[in-house]
Design a protein around this ligand. Structure first.
Ligand SMILES: [Zn+2]
Length: 205
């Protein structure tokens, strides 16, 4: 019997129960941590529909998530974490993907995921803000205290390709109204999954 070489995709749930991130409305119960779960589960489901991929949902603190990814024995693998943004102004809007500029694989993954997830926003007017390249000035200090440290730690701290998705601004009325709908979050997650599959098939083959 031929053994299938399975690719494991790590889907990290953003933030934690203690520190749930941004919310709709500010201080409300629809937090990043809550909103991301359903989206993450849709990414997982998409992975499991392909015979040679599997997904693992990781929770816990950022340093623990990174340790679990880096200590995993099988390869190849990649990691993704989905967040929702909060702006200084309610006018700030849109989705983007962050990747470490020193990782060719991560930048490629970001491109594939952004192209597919954009389908879920068609006709909404929510802008595609592109790929944001994270550099070394943005250093991981190993705690979740700093917002900047958190995002940089994820895209630079993992030993595998990793991207951080910002799925929209919870502080923007149009973005928030779209993201509050469960079916929209599932759709975004499923399209992100399609982008991951395209990266694995077309770029990593
Ligand atoms: Zn966040």
């Amino acid at each position: 019997m031929k053994t299938i070489d399975t690719t494991t995709v790590f889907v990290c749930r953003c933030h934690s129960e203690e520190n749930q991130g941004a919310s709709i409305p500010p201080g409300g119960v629809l937090t990043e941590w809550n909103l991301a779960l359903q989206l993450d589960l849709a990414i997982n489901a998409c992975m499991w529909t392909h015979h040679d991929t599997e997904a693992q949902l990781l929770e816990d603190t950022l340093p623990e998530r990174i340790n679990q990814i880096n200590e995993y024995t099988r390869k190849p693998k990649l990691a993704i974490e989905v967040h929702f943004n909060a702006g200084y102004s309610p006018a700030q809007s849109g989705f983007h993907v962050e990747a470490y500029q020193g990782s060719r694989d991560s930048l490629a993954l970001a491109g594939y995921v952004l192209a597919e997830m954009a389908r879920a926003y068609r006709g909404t007017g929510i802008p595609n803000n592109g790929v944001n390249r994270v550099n070394r000035d943005y250093r991981w200090i190993g705690t979740e205290k700093s917002y900047r440290a958190n995002r940089q730690g994820f895209v630079m701290g993992t030993s595998c390709p990793a991207i951080l998705v910002e799925a929209g601004f919870l502080t923007n009325p149009r973005d928030a109204a779209y993201l509050e709908d469960r079916s929209h979050r599932s759709d975004i997650g499923w399209q992100i999954g399609n982008g991951i599959i395209r990266y694995l098939r077309e770029f990593k083959k």
